[in-house]
Design a protein around this ligand. Structure first.
Ligand code: ADP
Ligand code: MG
Length: 699
């Protein structure tokens, strides 16, 4: 490669096969890591570093930390317990540690002669025999004073057949070229970068790949160094821009403009025993402003459990129906979809409208009947599960899709339903409702393709739920409390949570609990509902609970969403430590719907981890879904909290949403500038950071 060829664009246009040692087979493996060009090598960033710049005294090493240690061999021996392994004990005057090898050769054993000096790098674990390092990288030292590494060691994301040494050799080659070129295409808005005095891209890349000897180790290890932050900013901008483009494409499509008022809607409101809250009204107006546009609405409505999202969606539905179009509403579970179906039948049939029902479990003649209603347009509104977007479902003229996302849906399902309308020439408006409030950090990043509205007010007359955390050994006290509640005429939910991800076992646990409660509380009417009952059986039990014929409802997490029985004011949740905070919040939202004080008892199993304890404490301290979501995000990280979104969307090479929250505002601005002023450059930025992953926008 001649130096004259090294221009800023040289890196993005030169394939890796130009590098030394990269043949066709190697190139194929590298492609699996998204590495095709020299630019890809530059932006394949270390996701962490190893600190081999100092020797840690063995006595000072901590469990779980990765450290460089050095010691004198005390003994080495092959032992056979469960597996044959080579164990070598070393000491350095401050402590002792075992090195353990499961795969080893005789010559290896001979290295570890008593008195030899060993330097090794690995993770410290604690075992019954004390400190241990399994399969450390090690070297027998000639002298105890040999120098340590001058700089931190970069660790790259690797894959089968491509190990760290290979990645280091590749980046060495490309960094050398970068050193000569002293330029690589700057794709962020140049003025803003200068104004904020960010290091140059060349500097930043050199720094993160090969931190200098005097680099501030801690900053680099936790990712807060300016060089890393500069690259995070670029990556966040690329992600944000890709969402903006996704949104721009969606918005460019044509949809039907809907009027902002209809007699049907007035009729519905007049028939209700209550008035919409100010928050419901405000969100309704935000939706109306979208619906009059002849481009599709893409709106996310966030509202805590019980905030009254259903009414907001019903009002939007009536605007579409009044204009002669169909509306589909999808819910994530059968039981929630049923609940919505009943609500819509109750509200819409008096208005002379027809509501159809579709779920995966609906089969045969009944299914065909519903399909015919949908296809002919006889059904104004269709409620159901994901079955709504199966191929055989043909809508006559779908104009609005409502998705009660809770926290279970992914992007794929939404878009599939959207395409249902496209088939008939109309792109439907989309209204997505979520009861899991989305922390601001995530709303700004993962949901940047959507407009958001927040119903930040509960209907009047609700009393906050009191939450108590108890250990399961106090079960008899809890049962006594249930007895008291029933004597006072209250109703109780008793929720058995998922055991080892098995629906069968979960149902079993619920059955056992119901039997036990019947035995302990012979005077109380106990019912049981779980996911393995037939829909009709489930509906029957729920109906009896609504009519207070059942006092204690033992349930699996199927009741998590949507169920509304205001007289139920006590909830017991077994093994709450197994659930996410959002899910617990949802469950708890089933009580506190009437005017009497409600209780939620979280009955955990010992031992509870520190994290588990913190999470239950949060539930005890607040009823505010936003606070809970924010804390959950900090405790568990975005991947877990998002759950619903495709994981690929939120995996970053260098950015970390929590750590880099402070960069979000700038990345948003920069993405906007690129979108408006320099879309071609924006495309290159997306290609640089998201490569093929950017295609998720096309699903
Ligand atoms: P969520 O936001 O959790 O979906 P729902 O739509 O199920 O909440 O509403 C919860 C309950 O509150 C329902 O019984 C609903 O009829 C009632 N509700 C909705 N809006 C109001 C209001 N403005 N005033 C009083 N009750 C309301
Ligand atoms: Mg709801």
């Amino acid at each position: 490669m001649t130096l004259s060829a090294v221009t800023p664009d040289f890196f993005s246009s030169t394939p890796v096969t130009q590098l030394k040692g990269v043949g066709a087979a190697q190139a194929e493996k590298l492609a699996r890591l998204g590495i095709r060009t020299l630019q890809d090598v530059l932006f394949h960033l270390p996701f962490r570093y190893q600190d081999r710049t100092r020797l840690v005294p063995i006595g000072a090493t901590r469990e779980g930390s990765e450290v460089l240690i050095q010691g004198r061999v005390l003994m080495a021996d092959v032992v056979i317990r469960k597996r044959r392994s080579l164990i070598c004990r070393i000491e350095d005057g401050t402590g002792q540690i075992h090195l353990r090898f499961f795969h080893f050769s005789t010559s290896q054993k001979n290295h570890f002669q008593p008195g030899a000096i060993v330097r090794c790098y690995g993770e410290v674990r604690l075992t019954g025999m004390g400190k241990e390092m399994a399969h450390p990288e090690y070297r027998i030292m000639e002298s105890a004073d040999a120098p340590v590494e001058a700089a931190l060691t970069a660790v790259y994301p690797a894959t089968e057949g491509i190990q760290q040494p290979t990645l280091r050799k590749l980046s060495d080659q490309v960094l050398k070229l970068l050193g000569k070129a002293q330029a690589v295409a700057e794709l962020l808005p140049v003025e803003a970068m200068h104004a904020a005095q960010w290091p140059s891209l060349v500097e930043a890349l050199h720094y993160v790949h090969r931190p200098p000897a005097d680099a501030p180790v801690q900053a680099l290890l936790d990712g807060s160094h300016r060089a890393q932050q500069r690259l995070s900013l670029e990556e966040l901008t690329a992600h944000h821009l890709s969402l903006l483009k996704l949104r721009q494409r969606a918005k460019a499509q044509t949809s039907v403009s809907l009027p902002s008022a209809s007699p049907l809607e007035q009729q519905l409101l007049q028939g209700l025993p209550f008035k919409p809250t100010a928050a419901q009204q405000r969100v309704h107006e935000e939706i109306c402003a979208d619906l009059v546009q002849n481009h599709p609405m893409l709106r996310l409505v966030q509202g805590d459990v019980g905030a009254g999202k259903t009414l907001v969606s019903a009002r939007a539905a009536l605007l579409a129906i009044a204009a002669g179009y169909q509306v589909a509403m999808m819910a994530p579970t059968e039981i929630l979809a049923e609940q919505h179906f009943h609500a819509f039948v109750e509200w819409f049939e008096p208005l002379g409208l027809r509501v159809a029902w579709l779920s995966g479990k609906l089969k045969g003649k009944k299914r065909n009947e519903q399909l015919a209603l949908i296809e002919s347009g006889t059904a104004h509104m269709v409620v159901g599960t994901h079955a709504l977007f199966q191929e055989e479902v043909n809508y006559r003229n779908l104009a609005l899709v409502i998705i009660d996302e809770q926290h279970r849906f992914g992007v794929h399902q939404r878009l599939a339903l959207k395409q249902k309308g496209e088939a008939t020439g109309v792109v439907p408006h989309q209204l997505i409702m979520t009861a899991t409030p989305i922390p601001r950090t995530l709303a700004m990043s993962a949901y940047a393709d959507l407009d958001t509205s927040i119903i930040d007010e509960l209907p009047p007359g609700r009393t906050p739920v009191k939450t108590v955390v108890v250990e399961s050994s106090r079960r008899h006290e809890v049962v006594a409390r249930v007895r008291n509640a029933c004597q006072e005429g209250r109703q109780v939910y008793w929720v058995c949570t998922l055991i080892e991800e098995s629906e069968v076992l979960e149902c079993q646990a619920a059955e056992d609990t119901a039997d036990q409660l019947k035995k302990f509380l012979p005077e109380v009417r106990v019912g049981l509902v779980h996911g393995r009952l037939k829909p009709a059986e489930k509906a029957d039990i729920m109906d009896q609970f609504k009519k207070a014929q059942i006092q204690v409802l033992v349930a699996t997490t199927v009741i998590e969403v949507g169920v509304n029985v205001p007289n139920a004011s006590v909830m017991i949740i077994e093994n709450p430590e197994r659930l996410g905070l959002a899910q617990l919040h949802q469950l708890r939202g089933r009580v506190g719907r009437g005017s009497t004080e409600s209780f939620c008892l979280l009955m955990y199993q010992k031992p509870l981890s520190k994290l588990g304890r913190e999470r239950l404490d949060i539930m005890r301290q607040t009823n505010d879904g936003f606070v809970i979501a924010e804390k959950d995000l900090h405790l568990r990280g975005p991947g877990e909290v998002l759950g619903t979104r495709q994981t690929g969307e939120m995996t970053f090479r260098i950015a970390n949403l929590l750590r880099d929250e402070g960069l979000l505002e700038d990345s948003k601005d920069m993405a906007q500038v690129l979108l408006e002023k320099d879309p071609a450059r924006g495309e290159r930025l997306i290609a640089r950071w998201l490569g093929n992953a950017a295609q998720y926008g096309e699903v």
